[in-house]
Design a protein around this ligand. Structure first.
Ligand code: SAH
Length: 251
């Protein structure tokens, strides 16, 4: 049986961050489905394929399109930026299949998620426990987002914020900043990375107190924990907090 759906994370932007398995999955598919900017990101792999472009917020349609093509015996790749399982298409496709009780071959191909691509540009902000929180309240009520954020900062997790804002959602990051300042010092290091591994890449190191609520949809914000510090252009979260921490023998 040839029919199969690949749900593929294509990484944050550049070709170097696309895994060989992702290239293989897309190359062996007859149909490729995705949000327009992501298809542009992999355009050199799309020659001779049926390409189904979808707009933002059409996840369910993309999922049902994928299943429809697969059920006619084709190989389909559904692409998401970063990792497809992190606020991406994997849940939409699998939920659809589960709800309809269908039998379809599926392979989820992992990709480098924004948290990791952005953290690498900042140095080592994720050297200890961290929580990833999306500030998008389009699919999740704001109260729930705020409750999770509050618990994460109270528990001293490093916090990675996806979807910090957009033209339509302009107050969320400011509100999140207020919540975080209840538990964390204004001097807490914050990294703001826009377009990691893409043309307009920008990396800004600031503090929680100075964080401007201007972030857009192409930005990820990483807020340090109480031990995170900066040195030159790096944001560093120590691996160990105890005094017996040694620089040796640690993976
Ligand atoms: N599946 C994606 C996340 C989708 S949610 C992943 O694993 O990365 C969309 C959010 O991801 C954006 O609002 C932004 O916060 C973040 N993002 C996506 N690509 C990015 C990039 N190249 N640089 C910085 N942040 C990015």
């Amino acid at each position: 049986m040839r029919a199969r759906i690949y749900i593929v994370g294509i990484g944050p932007g550049s070709r170097e961050h696309l895994t060989p398995r992702a290239v293989e999955a897309i190359s062996s598919s007859e149909v490729v489905i995705g949000y327009r900017p992501y298809l542009r990101q992999i355009r050199e792999l799309l020659g001779g394929k049926r390409v189904v472009e979808a707009g933002m917020g059409e996840e369910l349609r993309r999922a049902s399109d994928a299943v429809r093509h697969a059920l006619t015996g084709q190989r389909v790749a559904v692409v998401s930026s970063g990792d497809a399982g992190v606020y991406g298409m994997a849940s939409a496709v699998l939920e659809y299949i589960a709800r309809k009780k269908l039998t379809v071959e599926v392979e989820v191909v992992p990709g480098i998620t924004s948290a990791l691509a952005c953290a690498a540009l900042l140095g080592s902000p994720l050297g200890n426990d961290f929580a990833v929180i999306s500030l998008s309240d389009l699919l999740v009520p704001w109260e729930e987002i705020e409750r999770r954020l509050e618990h994460a900062v109270a528990a001293d997790f490093v916090v990675v914020l996806y979807n910090p804002g957009s033209r339509r959602r302009s107050w969320q990051l400011g509100r999140a900043k207020e919540v975080m300042l209840r538990y964390r010092s204004p001097a807490t290091p914050v990294g703001v990375v826009r377009n990691a591994s893409r043309e307009d890449e920008s990396v800004v190191l600031t503090t929680l107190g100075e964080l401007e609520a201007l972030a857009d949809m192409l930005t990820t914000v990483i807020v340090g924990n109480s031990r995170t510090f900066t040195y030159r252009r790096w944001m560093i979260t120590p691996r160990g907090y105890s005094s017996k921490y040694s620089m040796e023998g640690d993976g």
